[in-house]
Design a protein around this ligand. Structure first.
Ligand SMILES: [Zn+2]
Length: 731
């Protein structure tokens, strides 16, 4: 472990690092949050008043003599829930590791940790016994049995903060603790942070502790955070950083201190008297002589020599528990202990069967969910079953799998000879209570390596056609690709990325879409014979942003593979105001005028007989939907190509033109067509009358020498007696 400090968070903002030199942003951020939430300050004042009143009833002088004065015989039982927010990395900690950790935290919260024997003499009589017992809940908020652990796969595990606090349970019934793999840059350097009751009352859905999974059972990192949840400050207070100025935490028997950094258990730290020489408190007519050395062994210090809470801290935590602020006083109520099943033994439960699709040797940096059915490099499936000691596993795989069944408890590699969606089924058997099965009918996609020619291929994204255009919602949330039958470009079908961010209700504050991404894949195309054609992707999009955000932060990346999906090249990114034209706070549904023609040049270097496209959408906070329709591959730009579908239109391209230009149109029922080009003075410079095959796409070259000089010209096309006029700009 190179990290030595706890991050601490006051009021929801992290107090960081870890490197001794790093400033802790607590004060600044705490005040910022207090400004945003006036309620926090009121909550805090109310709680402090209550604590002061309760503390007056305690005779600390007698307590120090060990004679009486303090009620610490009552045990407080607190139901807890552990949320593992993971992406199947090392942060996917086992149930057993969690059980061990909770039992170690509880020892500290009881004041029964064995290493209090190492407390230095001046503090021996001030060692407190909070007598707080932590219990993993056995009943969840819906009344169902649980082991007090939830697991959620999320991209937020690698960029965590309050938004990663997914699946929180009511904070007046359970103390919530989340574990993640990495904090976001604004929390970087932190190992964990917690909410004081005053903040927890204002923002109940963020109340609790969040920490790195690596700190689950690291020294007393988590009891330190639980101390914050029960209103303990750091020993030096919450107004500055450690090691800066003498400060106080409002607890009499933790002497004033600058706080210590990662110096460890050196005599210099343990016997430091800088801020506490002659430290006494006068209570009524009694003078209480507290130690003059700072309490570097305190759990709430940064010395990393944590052994103890003091009597005063224990009392403050117990009083915070009896306060209604953030509903702490409900946690240990008899009714709540019954509802949460906190005091009954952990139930025997069925295993939760689960598996992940992992990185393979095809693309070593990404998980592989899509590849050609004839690819000899396998997909890799890992067993991730939990909630019981798993004694055996049984897998089955569809689509002509190379290993149609397996009993591996680790992982299975598989190739699939039959194209299409692959069904994977895993049955996990536990040591006590039986087995359970998970079946995923869309686990991975084996693409058909028999590709099609692009000519005449048209994709309008009807529901029936989507099976050949697999979409993946990797993190199983509301932000995803889906077929949509309520709109389309000149049709009622299209595909959309549902990026609309409607997380407005308090219960839905977590889980920002920022960081998510999802893919849609095309069918395979044979472009081997088109290397001289400069083909283009043609499609239409209609997009919007919400007015809550001044910028469109969503983006759509389009990738092309020329090797049957073994590797991908980014060919374009649509983003910003180009991606989203409309702005509205309601969910966006496109009208006819919202569609925009898209043309993406396909680099000839990528042409092969097995070409696929991957559409990767990155949603963002306050995003809105993007709709896509009418996918084709042609030699034309999308607006030109459109005339192939829209008789009566004429397109000139390029326009403006410097040299020869092309005229494109589709003939009508008779095939009789005339076109006339006039200059700006109305003089005819070119005319042609011809009979083509009916309803045929025509492309006609007009040589540069038709135009006598640069300037504006007008072309009128007459098709079945219907005239259309377009302007040509000659440069
Ligand atoms: Zn802290």
């Amino acid at each position: 472990m190179t990290k030595k400090l706890f991050g601490l968070l006051v009021a929801g903002v992290l107090c960081g690092n870890v490197h001794a030199q790093t400033m802790c942003g607590t004060d600044e951020l705490y005040n910022k949050l207090k400004k945003e939430n006036k309620k926090i300050e009121l909550n805090e004042a109310e709680l402090e008043l209550y604590i002061k009143q309760q503390l007056q009833k305690i005779d600390f002088n007698s307590a120090a003599k060990g004679t009486a004065g303090v009620d610490d015989t009552t045990y407080y039982d607190v139901p807890i829930v552990i949320h593992i927010v993971h992406d199947f990395g090392a942060e996917y900690i086992t149930d057993n590791a969690i059980f061990d950790a909770v039992s170690n935290w509880t020892e500290v919260m009881l004041g029964e940790n064995a290493d209090t024997s190492q407390v230095i003499t001046p503090f021996k009589k001030w060692v407190g016994t909070p007598r707080i017992r932590l219990h993993l809940a056995t009943v969840d908020p819906n009344g169902n049995p649980t082991k007090g652990i939830t697991r959620r796969q999320s991209y937020l595990t690698g960029n965590a903060g309050d938004q990663a606090k997914l699946d929180g349970w009511p904070n007046n019934m359970y103390l919530n603790l989340w574990f993640i793999s990495k904090f976001s840059p604004d929390h970087s350097g932190a190992a964990a942070y917690a909410y004081y009751p005053s903040s927890g009352a204002a923002l109940p859905y963020y109340d609790g502790v969040i920490g790195l999974a690596t700190y689950l059972n690291y020294d007393k990192a988590i009891p330190h955070e639980i101390g914050h949840c029960l209103n303990l400050q750091h020993t030096w207070g919450n107004n500055n950083q450690p090691n800066v100025a003498c400060g106080d935490d409002g607890v009499d028997d933790t002497p004033p201190t600058k706080g210590h950094l990662t110096t460890g258990c050196t005599n210099g730290s343990l016997y430091d008297t800088t801020c506490a020489t002659g430290y006494v408190k006068v209570v009524g007519s009694t003078i209480i002589d507290y130690p003059d050395t700072t309490n570097a062994q305190n759990v709430m210090d940064y010395t990393y020599c944590q052994k103890m809470f003091t009597i005063g801290q224990a009392q403050r935590m117990r009083i915070a528990l009896t306060s209604g602020t953030a509903g702490r006083n409900n946690l240990f109520s008899v009714t709540n202990l019954g509802k949460t099943g906190a005091l009954v033994p952990r139930p025997d439960m069925l295993p939760v069967p689960d598996f992940s699709v992992e990185k393979s040797s095809i693309i070593s940096t990404e998980r592989t969910y899509f590849q050609c059915a004839d690819n000899s490099t396998p997909f890799t499936f890992y067993n991730r079953s939990w909630n019981d000691t798993i004694t055996s596993v049984q897998w089955t795989f569809s689509n002509g799998a190379s290993n149609p069944t397996s009993a591996s408890t680790a992982f299975v590699n598989n190739t699939f000879s039959q194209p299409g969606w692959v069904t994977v089924s895993i049955t996990a058997t536990g040591n006590n209570s039986g087995s359970a099965t998970k079946t995923n009918t869309h686990a991975v996609y084996a693409a058909d390596p028999n590709t099609i020619m692009p000519g005449g291929y048209f994709q309008g994204f009807t529901a029936a056609e989507m099976d050949k255009w697999p979409t993946f919602n990797y993190y199983d949330n509301q932000f995803k690709w889906e077929q949509y039958s309520g709109a389309g470009y000149n049709s009622n079908d299209c595909v959309r990325y549902r990026s609309f961010d409607d997380r407005t209700s308090p219960a839905n504050k977590s889980g920002t879409p920022a960081g998510d991404y999802d893919d849609m894949f095309s069918v395979g195309f044979n472009l081997a014979n088109f290397t001289a054609s400069n083909l283009k992707l043609n499609f239409y999009t209609a997009g919007a942003r919400t007015t809550k955000s001044p910028f469109v932060q969503d983006s759509l990346q389009i990738f092309m593979s020329s090797d049957c999906s073994k590797s991908w090249k980014l060919i374009t990114t649509l983003d910003g105001s180009d991606l989203a034209t409309a702005a509205q706070n309601a969910e966006f549904f496109p009208a006819a005028g919202d569609w925009k023609a898209r043309t993406v040049n396909l680099p000839t270097a990528n042409y092969s007989d097995k070409v696929f496209f991957r559409f990767r959408y990155w949603p963002s906070e306050n995003g809105n939907n993007l709709y896509m329709d009418n996918f084709e591959i042609t030699p034309f730009s999308t607006d030109v190509n459109e005339v192939a579908h829209q008789p009566g239109q004429v397109k000139v391209f390029p326009n403006p033109t410097k040299g020869d230009c092309e005229l494109a149109f589709t003939t009508g029922l008779s095939g009789k067509t005339s076109f006339i080009i006039k200059d700006i003075a109305g003089r005819v410079v070119y005319q042609q009358d011809q009979v083509y095959a009916p309803k045929t796409f025509v492309q006609h070259t007009i040589l540069r020498n038709v135009f006598a000089s640069a300037g504006f010209y007008f072309i009128t096309l007459i098709n079945d007696n219907l005239a259309t006029t377009e302007k040509i700009v000659v440069e």
